[in-house]
Design a protein around this ligand. Structure first.
Ligand SMILES: NC(=O)c1ccc[n+]([C@@H]2O[C@H](COP(=O)([O-])OP(=O)(O)OC[C@H]3O[C@@H](n4cnc5c(N)ncnc54)[C@H](OP(=O)(O)O)[C@@H]3O)[C@@H](O)[C@H]2O)c1
Length: 335
């Protein structure tokens, strides 16, 4: 095995990533060294590169997701893992409580070195066998977005059989994972997007209808046609949230996992208490969420939506593509 490896390093926040040779890391006793075949981009990587994320470590190797092969294991890890195809739960040290992560929780790919590299070391407890029906590219797409979507829809949103769901910003990686999983349980699935083309693609994947969130009255048209929705899964926050409150059925659940569109403007508290609405935050997921997510994908043979493939050397182009919201699904990096 080579002593150095190619890796995409963030020299400092706001600067483009630099692909260069760095030392191959050594696994600690409870870790595994994984040879990365494919990685995938999450919006988190772009926020970090732009300097819009807390605790950025200059010189860090970004990347939270990968599919790879176990190359080497630490002294306390079962050596039968060596040579196996694996994926990694990028949520490190979630802790003992499913309800909320521990104070030491952190995400692979800052401050810990991540997957945009030929090799990555990860705790053995975070390593899983990928669903057998997925290609390596598809496996690399799944972990971070998949566990975020699973927890938001099932654990926090408590989606029930046949309930009506709204998924906002359907071009996003997490949004499309949510759509895929919602098809296994929901009644009608409504989506929003900035793009009619993306809405049409979502209809082909099982959505019942889509609205352009850039239209002022999209929420009024939704209510007129469908009455309302039971669960909303949203990664945008921002100015559309008061409209989403108007769409929710009584006792409905709005689950927010991101704020791509910024902070939420003033809300009507009367609407919240009179209609018994629930606004819930959700972040990635516990080990149980990750394991249940994998079971669901295995059971229903779900496949993630892949947008396009870039090489490691093209990583800054991949970030730009995401920054401009051009993607429909996950952006994959071939290492
Ligand atoms: N808390 C967590 O654990 C967690 C985990 C993953 C992601 N996140 C956050 O969640 C967000 C999405 O992540 P991602 O990786 O799925 O990103 P992504 O693939 O870049 O998706 C972003 C999508 O947001 C949509 N969008 C932009 N402005 C919007 C608006 N005003 N209203 C509705 N949708 C809007 C766009 O959808 P269209 O292209 O369809 O217009 C875009 O494709 C990011 O902010 C990310 O940091 C949080």
């Amino acid at each position: 095995m080579a002593q150095t490896m190619r890796a995409a390093v963030l020299p400092e926040p706001g600067k483009p990533l630099v692909v260069k040779e760095v030392p191959v890391p050594e696994p600690a006793p409870t870790q595994m060294l994984i040879k990365v075949l494919y990685a995938s981009v999450n919006h988190r990587d772009v926020w970090i590169q732009k300097g819009l994320y807390p605790g950025i470590r200059p010189g860090v190797i970004l990347g939270s997701d990968c599919a790879g092969i176990v190359e080497k294991v630490g002294s306390e890890v079962d050596s039968s893992w060596i040579g196996k195809k694996v994926i990694v739960n990028p949520g490190l040290e979630w802790g003992p409580h499913r309800e909320v992560q521990s104070s030491s929780f952190h995400i692979l790919g800052n401050p810990t070195d991540g997957t945009f590299a030929e090799y990555v070391v990860v705790p053995a407890e975070n390593v899983y066998q990928p669903p057998m029906h997925l290609s390596d590219e598809e496996s690399a797409a799944l972990p971070l977005a998949g566990v975020t979507a699973y927890r938001a829809l099932f654990y926090r949103g408590k989606i029930g059989n046949g309930e009506m769901v709204l998924i906002t910003g359907i071009g996003g990686g997490v949004a499309l994972m949510t759509l895929k999983m919602a098809t296994t349980i929901a009644g009608n699935i409504i989506v929003t997007s900035s793009s009619r083309e993306k809405i049409n693609k979502a209809l082909e994947l099982g959505a019942s209808e889509g609205y352009l969130y850039t239209d002022d009255d999209w929420h009024k048209r939704l209510v007129k046609k469908w009455g309302g929705v039971d669960v909303v899964v949203d990664g945008a926050s921002g100015p559309n949230i008061p409209k989403i409150i108007d769409i929710l059925n009584p006792a409905g659940r709005l689950v927010i996992y991101g704020q791509t569109a910024g902070e939420i403007p003033q809300l009507s508290t009367a609407k919240l208490f009179w209609r018994h609405l629930n606004i819930l935050g959700s972040t990635m997921g516990s080990p149980s969420d990750f394991e249940e997510m994998l079971e669901l994908w295995n059971e229903h043979k779900l496949k993630p939506v892949i947008d396009r493939l870039y090489s490691l050397e093209e990583i800054n182009e991949a970030f730009e593509w995401m920054d401009n919201a051009k993607q429909f699904g996950k952006i994959i990096i071939k290492i």
